[in-house]
Design a protein around this ligand. Structure first.
Ligand code: AMP
Length: 284
């Protein structure tokens, strides 16, 4: 595995490699790796000649400065994990490399409705930050295939929209990979390491509440089942941002389900100062 820090060097290398070897798969991360991240590397390895991964804790996507400060950093372990998973090229840029003109006054992306609901509503500016970093990374790496996790359902939709806005829809394929979970159902996340031991036990309730919706949702009003799921979280001491059922393609919230439309149940909630998100698609 080769490690690159400078965007120009990496860009030049990859342009050459693409011509010599073929397809490039890209896995962007913020580090503090777990098996969920490595499953994206696995998927990329199966479909590409070269796998590029990145580690960059992106300051512009943290709407809460405290969350940024406390984001776990485990760089040495991450490098070993990426190498062990078969990553060919690891990109670890600095903030100055990603934002050469500073982090203020950057491009604005028109994400429309997506930026007004769920994560967009509760984390103002978050998706603009995601687009800034992803736009820059895609310009530098220009992969044939991009690998991202369904764990961040709305982010997947935002990134697809970004690729479209950049006019790259026919050049970069966005591959969405399934969510890896711990044995008790908790979706793997870098933030899980920040949970207090007593909260770690409670944390799986978020996936249990979503599974409850998935298994019990019936055509008609969705309010009752959402409230039941919320109650499960409240009983364990969660502070809830949202528990919603939405159209799986548009994220339009569903108050009354026709029993046919593909929907997704999504939740975001805090245990102390750790914010957890999860989702489950409900296939009819
Ligand atoms: P992050 O480092 O949290 O920005 O995540 C980097 C990528 O890994 C994103 O595309 C995430 O959606 C994905 N990811 C995070 N957690 C999981 C998981 N439990 N299973 C699969 N992919 C994940």
């Amino acid at each position: 595995m080769i490690i690159y820090k400078k965007p120009e060097d990496l860009h030049n290398l990859l342009e050459k490699k693409k011509k010599e070897k073929g397809e490039i798969g890209f896995v962007p991360t913020m580090g503090a790796l777990h098996a969920g991240h490595l499953s994206l590397v696995d998927a990329a390895k199966k479909q590409n000649k070269i796998v590029v991964c990145s580690i960059f804790v992106n300051p512009t996507q943290f709407n809460d400065p405290e969350d940024f400060k406390k984001y776990p950093v485990t760089l040495e372990k991450d490098i070993l994990m990426f190498e062990g998973a078969g990553c060919d090229v690891l990109f670890i840029p600095s903030v100055e490399d990603i934002y050469p003109n500073g982090i203020n006054d950057l491009a604005h992306y028109d994400l429309g409705f997506l930026e007004t609901v769920l994560e967009g509503k509760f984390r103002p500016g978050h998706f603009q930050g995601v687009c800034m970093v992803m736009g820059r990374l895609l310009e530098i790496i220009f992969p044939n295939n991009l690998y991202i996790g369904q764990k961040d359902y709305q982010q997947c939709m935002v990134i697809k929209k970004l690729v479209e806005l950049m006019g790259l829809k026919n050049k970069i394929k966005v591959n969405i990979c399934p969510t890896l979970r711990e044995e008790d159902g908790l979706a793997m996340s870098s933030r899980n390491t920040r949970l207090l031991p007593q909260d770690r036990i409670k944390a799986a309730t978020i996936s249990k509440a979503l599974r409850y919706i998935k298994e019990n949702l019936k055509a008609g009003e969705t309010n009752k089942i959402k409230n039941e799921a919320k109650e499960m979280l409240l009983q364990k001491g969660f502070l809830i941002d949202y528990v919603e059922i939405a159209n799986a393609d548009t994220l339009g919230l569903i108050e009354n389900w026709d029993g046919k439309k593909k929907v997704v149940a999504l939740a975001a909630a805090f245990l102390n100062d750790v914010r957890l998100i999860d989702n489950m698609v409900i296939n009819t």
